[in-house]
Design a protein around this ligand. Structure first.
Ligand code: GLY
Length: 433
């Protein structure tokens, strides 16, 4: 049951995902105020929102702020504070938190643990082998010609996956991990996984410890350049809904979602927060590639404008074990999200460049979420690699993409760049850039 006083929310994080969460939570009639720690240039100006200058890893500072400001619910965005136990820390102080505790978030931060769990539940997943030394890993790479994906077991902040084509590339990745020790203790154990060719989708599920509710499926674009080429990034764009999901829905639900539901109900899975399943649909059907223990970025930006239900009510239900009483309503509109990045992203970021926006978002059903931005002296300036996420919703995916790109033409900062083909695979038609 929600309290009958106006609620104060604390969103932890500073990316486009957190701006989208703040934007949506602020729309709830139950919500009086949304604080974002540390937030960005967008959350600084968002209706009902206010930034607080506390970093995501400053658990003592966040706890003190939440207690002193009588925060009713804290919502954790990024993976690193979750993996380091922010939820355990805030809950110990008697605070209500949306997100998994450290042990639960191990499904994201330990790839070996996640695979072990998938095996226990017989969830379909690519073949793999866990290696605990350089020698063992080299030997496994040579012996298993299917092993072309290398994953660092521990938290690697999105940089611990190497998708290779040849044995030589696998061996080079292993050398980077084990010899240079660039991942620290996270790289002491690795996973070699079969490379699957197919199309990926993201299925996010809200969990309250016992029940789960699926969110709208999304697809993101991880590669930097058009045509899904170039280095992997944090995400260059996303769209929802996903026709691929509709085609494989029966199998995905029977083989992945229902076993997870049963595991939650029986207690063999304990999880509260967002369980994000990265699913590859190959010729042989859906395979579960990985779990994340948080909202996706930029999937959240693409999803929130389609969500008709009150997000606060859903997140609150997750923290009270009452998710079985929640049904999420989604607009039938399509949503397209394009991320505007710094020219050299992901190699480097942009700092201090003024962002100019001359467009009006209301006309076209678009929302401009900020990511790497800062509000300084009445101006918004760049402050990161992924700078903005422009989202448009429309009756068709093609129209949503067109509207999104039209808004992008009205936004500028020095060195702005973005992919020109976001959501194109959803309507298979060229967009003019
Ligand atoms: N979009 C990928 C992620 O959030 O990890």
């Amino acid at each position: 049951m929600l309290p009958d006083h106006p609620l104060k929310i604390l969103v932890v994080g500073s990316g486009g995902r957190e701006h989208a969460l703040c934007w949506k939570l602020a729309q709830s009639n139950h919500v009086e105020k949304v604080f974002c720690a540390p937030g960005n240039g967008g959350t600084a100006q968002e209706w009902k929102c206010e930034n607080v200058p506390i970093g995501v890893m400053d658990f003592a500072g966040l706890e003190k702020f939440a207690i002193e400001n009588k925060i009713d619910l804290s919502v954790i965005g990024p993976d690193n504070p979750l993996a380091e136990g922010i939820v355990d820390c805030l809950e110990k102080a008697g605070l209500r938190v949306f997100g998994p505790n450290k042990e639960q978030s191990k499904l994201e931060w330990s790839k070996a643990h996640a695979k072990n769990f998938m095996d226990r539940l017989k969830l379909p997943t690519p073949r793999y082998v866990v290696c605990r030394s350089y020698e063992e890993a080299k030997q496994a790479a040579r012996q298993n010609e299917w092993a072309r994906v290398v994953k660092v077991d521990g938290l690697a902040l999105g940089k611990g996956v190497f998708v290779c084509d040849t044995e030589a590339e696998v061996l080079a990745a292993l050398e980077q991990i084990f010899s240079s020790k660039s991942f620290g203790t996270a790289g002491e154990t690795i996973l070699l996984e079969e490379k699957i060719i197919g199309e990926e989708l993201s299925l996010l599920m809200l969990c309250d410890g016992k029940h789960l509710v699926q969110m709208a499926p999304c697809q993101d674009h991880k590669r930097r350049f058009d045509g899904d080429t170039g280095p992997n990034t944090g995400g260059m764009g996303a769209y929802s809904p996903v026709e691929l999901y509709d085609r494989h829905r029966t199998q995905i639900e029977a083989q992945i979602v229902q076993p997870l539901e049963k595991a939650l109900a029986s207690g063999s899975l304990s999880f509260k927060g967002v369980l994000y399943a990265g699913i590859m649909v190959s010729d042989s059907g859906p395979l579960l590639l990985e779990f994340n223990a948080r909202f996706g970025d930029p999937e959240t930006q693409a999803m929130m404008p389609r969500l008709k239900s009150d997000l606060l009510e859903a997140l609150w239900a997750c923290t009270s074990g009452q998710l079985d009483q929640v049904t999420l309503q989604w607009s039938t509109d399509s949503s397209c999200c394009v991320v505007a990045v710094a020219q050299q992203y992901p190699t480097s970021s942009s700092r201090g460049e003024e962002i100019i926006s001359t467009g009006s978002s209301e006309k076209t059903g678009t929302v401009l979420f900020h990511a790497g931005t800062k509000y300084v002296d009445g101006k918004v300036v760049t402050d990161g690699g992924r700078v903005l996420a422009i989202v448009a919703t429309a009756a068709s995916m093609e129209q949503a993409a067109k509207n999104c790109y039209a808004v992008l033409k009205t936004v500028s900062f020095k060195g702005i760049d973005y992919r020109r083909d976001i959501a194109r695979r959803a309507f298979k038609q060229c967009l003019s850039s």
